[in-house]
Design a protein around this ligand. Structure first.
Ligand SMILES: [Mn+2]
Length: 426
């Protein structure tokens, strides 16, 4: 199974025509970003560009134009000096052929002019909204010319997200297959790391081990993992990695592998000593029950709000039982007082980007469609110590495929019941 880029480009063309007869769609490769004055960060292709071309090459541009249904792949002139330093570039002729595009070679220092030339006569231009990518500069150039002076350059500029959001939000079978592979690597790598989960281990070492295990399996980190022990877990996007795991605490791990660009995103919470204390277990089970309740609600046509509330209700009831909230379930749902303990949304779409395009959080009334891939990740956090609860956090996250009949948990094989988590330490 392979990605069919020609077919995806065809879908963009079809969608373009529904906006304006004379419209075009322009996306470019990601611009390399600097790490310091002389070095670059690892190159990470722009996700829209990758989705439509499958290429990791730099300095490319794709223009899809309703005029004559033309698809142009712009590639830079061959540069032997650059190839000496950076290695041979991809064969752009083959790439253009594979995606059904005409290949146009441009000179690097005339790129913007070459792109603008090809856009003459276009009324509405769809443009990538990513700062510092070439498409961004093309947009800036156009928008800086007053409309009355633009002549044949586009009058209207719209972000490509309008087209790419709905398209990328619904996953193809190929994308599901890649996500499953990423999830398998995610779990296999954790299994190798479990023996390190004990008092005395540094958070940073767990992160390093996971990354090493991913690389052994041909994958990378989907995002900087969150290896949060004890109080670290109360910081939702914890990134210091500075603590050492301590006896009796919990350890929240939010991590995932990226394989062939597709991301997994999993959270699990472990007892550092191998066994939850009775209080930790009660709290853990509230989060687990909330997560399962939310997953049960997942189905095409269901509102995101419904799923969020299914989890929120279980969390509120749990907090009332722990005497951390006063009043009734319904009054708490209304007042939102529980958000102090559960301050984030229920999840996000997942794909080439960990927080994928096509927001599922577009207001409370956004609803799910078959083929969406989402995370379900409720949690309870104590930003301050309260009663018997120290500063800490529990989150449980799975990756769910939305279908017409329900939610299919693609990460079902990663243990999450309190007993199964404890069994990992035996
Ligand atoms: Mn997530």
């Amino acid at each position: 199974m392979k990605a069919n880029h020609k077919k995806r480009i065809g879908k963009v063309l079809k969608k373009l025509k529904t906006f304006d007869k004379e419209s075009a769609f322009f996306v470019t490769s990601a611009s390399p970003t600097l790490k310091d004055r002389y070095q670059y960060n690892d190159y990470n292709q722009d996700s829209d560009f990758y989705y439509l071309t499958g290429s990791h090459a730099k300095h490319l541009a794709l223009l899809i134009n309703t005029k004559k249904n033309s698809v142009i792949l712009f590639a830079p002139e061959k540069n032997p000096i650059m190839e000496l330093w950076e290695g041979k570039t991809e064969n752009f002729k083959t790439l253009a052929k594979n995606i059904g595009a005409e290949l146009v070679i441009y000179k690097r220092h005339h790129s913007i002019e070459a792109f603008l030339d090809a856009m003459l006569g276009v009324q509405t231009l769809f443009l990538q909204n990513v700062k510092n990518e070439t498409a961004w500069y093309v947009g800036e150039k156009i928008l800086n010319i007053p409309i009355e002076a633009r002549r044949r350059l586009p009058e209207k500029v719209i972000y490509t997200e309008e087209i790419m959001g709905p398209l990328r939000l619904i996953k193809e079978p190929y994308e599901i297959k890649e996500t499953k592979e990423a999830l398998k690597i995610t779990w296999d790598s954790l299994l190798k790391t479990i023996p390190m989960l004990k008092p005395g281990t540094k958070e940073a070492h767990i992160a390093a081990r996971l990354e090493y295990e991913f690389k052994l399996r041909g994958a990378t980190q989907a995002f900087n993992c969150i290896p949060a022990s004890g109080p670290s877990a109360a910081t939702l996007h914890y990134e210091h990695y500075s603590r050492t795991l301590k006896k009796g605490e919990m350890f929240l791990l939010d991590y995932g592998a990226r394989h062939n660009m597709y991301c997994a995103d999993i959270s699990r919470t472990f007892p550092v000593s191998g066994k939850f204390t009775p209080l930790q277990k009660d709290l853990y089970n509230v989060v687990l029950e909330a997560q399962i309740a939310a997953i049960r609600k997942v189905k095409a046509g269901v509102k995101v709000k419904t799923i969020y509330e299914a989890a929120a209700k279980v969390i509120i009831q749990g907090l009332i039982d722990f005497k951390l909230l006063k009043g009734s379930l319904s009054s708490n749902l209304k007042s939102g007082a529980f958000r102090k303990f559960f301050p984030h949304s229920i999840g996000h779409s997942l794909g080439i980007d960990t927080h994928d395009i096509g927001k599922i959080r577009n207001g409370p009334n956004a609803s799910l469609k078959a083929g969406m891939l989402i995370t379900i990740e409720p949690g309870i956090y104590f930003a301050k110590a309260i009663k018997k609860f120290p500063v800490s956090g529990i989150r449980i996250e799975d990756n769910i495929l939305v279908t017409k009949t329900g939610g299919k948990n693609l990460s079902y094989f990663i243990p999450k019941s309190a007993d199964d988590i404890e069994a990992l330490f035996e």
